[in-house]
Ligand binder design. Structure first.
Ligand code: HGY
Ligand code: MN
Ligand code: MN
Length: 420
């Protein structure tokens, strides 16, 4: 296979469009479409089945592990070698984009298809991976499937997680036929993931490719404020125990704290806030909201968590009778990617004539979990509209996607080595 071989842009693009049809979400006001594909929803199951059919067409041996991760294995000529794993996820956030995760899985399949077309046999085996619940949108913990595969989260703990309707992951796996058996990933040689950047850095530069140095730290919390429901008009201030007022003040003070520490890259996001009973003329008796905090430096994030705890304590110290609770549901440390593997990615980018730059990943990825199992690295693709993501506005150009898949192809050739 020559260094000039490239993937087929149209084939990759039409695969993205076809995969995007599963859970398609129309945003009429913006004349855009994206996807809503929560883990093990009918759309996610259809997407998984479609990917598995493409794997079988390509002659991959398909396996499912106990947390529903799907792996398609292409044997090499030297069975004694450890496999290289390439892939990502196909679940999405609600009203998300059609590239997040999907591009990484389809780029991996396009690499296999291109190797087949070039009649190239690799010495080492290659595994295409589709990881479960990367978004955490249904069961509340992100990178769940890869965290179990890499041993950070015990399988039993993952299977017991419940969605907002009380359905456990175990039940969802059983009901959709994705309760697999057997550990599939043992001691891979390396892991590589193609992904859209999901931020503005690459699109504001002239880089074709991002080669992330690693992923920043993440902290997720579920907060509950309990006051007392009462009449909106007849209850004087001194008798009010307004859960909405306390929750929004607490959220605002965390936004202020993050703004004061933005030079350290600290972010705070309230993605969901529910007020109960939730009607116009009742002072809310309860407020439940999420808080996503991130920072490149772990100490900065730990200090932000301490600040949140102090604010929660302040609510109680006010003696108003309001009760506030904060439960941490996710905490991941900053994860550096493997420098030698990053150098292979960067040197192939040079050879292919792709402008590339290092950056830190603001988003979490399965690669950060796989880094506990083997050397891991990522290949970022610039996005349009300032790289906006987790939105139907998410978009990357066909040529940009194809460059990343071609880069993945040649890095895989180096790692798996070609049979003579
Ligand atoms: O939340 C994240 O960063 C990722 O999209 N799961
Ligand atoms: Mn993703
Ligand atoms: Mn995402």
């Amino acid at each position: 296979m020559t260094d000039q071989l490239k993937v087929d842009t149209e084939r990759l693009w039409s695969a993205l469009e076809e995969l995007g049809s599963f859970g398609r979400y129309e945003a009429p006001e913006a004349n855009l479409f994206g996807v809503s594909r929560p883990a093990f929803s009918p759309a996610d199951v259809a997407a998984r089945r479609w990917i598995m059919a493409r794997m079988e067409e390509l002659g991959l041996t398909v396996q499912i592990d106990p947390v529903g991760n799907v792996f398609g294995r292409l044997e090499g000529s030297d069975p004694g070698r450890s496999p290289v794993v390439i892939g990502s996820h196909v679940d999405s956030v609600p009203q998300g984009g059609a590239f997040d995760g999907a591009l990484g899985v389809l780029a991996a399949l396009e690499v296999v298809r291109t190797l087949r077309s070039a009649e190239t046999v690799l010495r080492g085996p290659l595994i295409v991976a589709v990881f479960t619940e990367e978004e955490g949108s249904r069961f509340g913990v992100d990178m769940l499937g890869s965290a179990v595969a890499a041993g950070r989260i015990p399988l039993a703990e993952a299977l017991a997680l419940r969605d907002p309707d009380g359905v456990t992951l175990a039940e969802a796996l059983r009901d959709t036929g994705f309760a697999g058996t057997g550990l599939v990933l043992d001691a891979p040689l390396a892991y590589l993931e193609v992904h859209i950047e999901q931020g503005p850095l690459l699109s504001s530069s002239d880089s074709d490719i991002g080669v992330p140095t690693g992923v920043q730290a993440i902290s997720w919390h579920e907060l509950t404020v309990v006051g007392q429901a009462a009449h909106a008009g007849a209850t004087p201030p001194r008798l009010r125990r307004d859960a909405a007022r306390t929750a929004t003040r607490l959220a605002d003070r965390m936004f202020e704290y993050a703004s004061d520490h933005q030079d350290h890259g600290l972010t705070a996001t309230v993605g969901r806030m529910l007020l109960e009973p939730g009607v116009i003329n009742i002072i809310p008796g309860a407020a439940r909201f999420s808080l996503d905090m991130r920072a490149p430096d772990d100490e900065v994030l730990t200090a932000a968590e301490a600040h949140l705890s102090a604010l929660v304590e302040e609510v109680h110290a006010e003696g108003t009778g309001l009760v506030c609770e904060s439960r941490r549901t996710v905490r991941t440390r900053p994860v550096p990617f493997a420098e030698p593997l990053r150098q292979i990615v960067a040197s192939w980018a040079e050879r292919l004539g792709y402008r590339h730059q290092p950056l830190i990943s603001g988003a979490g990825h399965d690669a950060q979990e796989m880094a506990a199992l083997c050397p891991s690295a990522m290949i970022f693709v610039p996005g349009r509209h300032d790289g906006i993501s987790h939105s139907p506005r998410e978009y990357s150009e066909p040529a940009a996607c194809a460059k990343a898949a071609t880069l993945l192809l040649h890095v895989v050739r180096t790692l798996c080595e070609e049979s003579p």
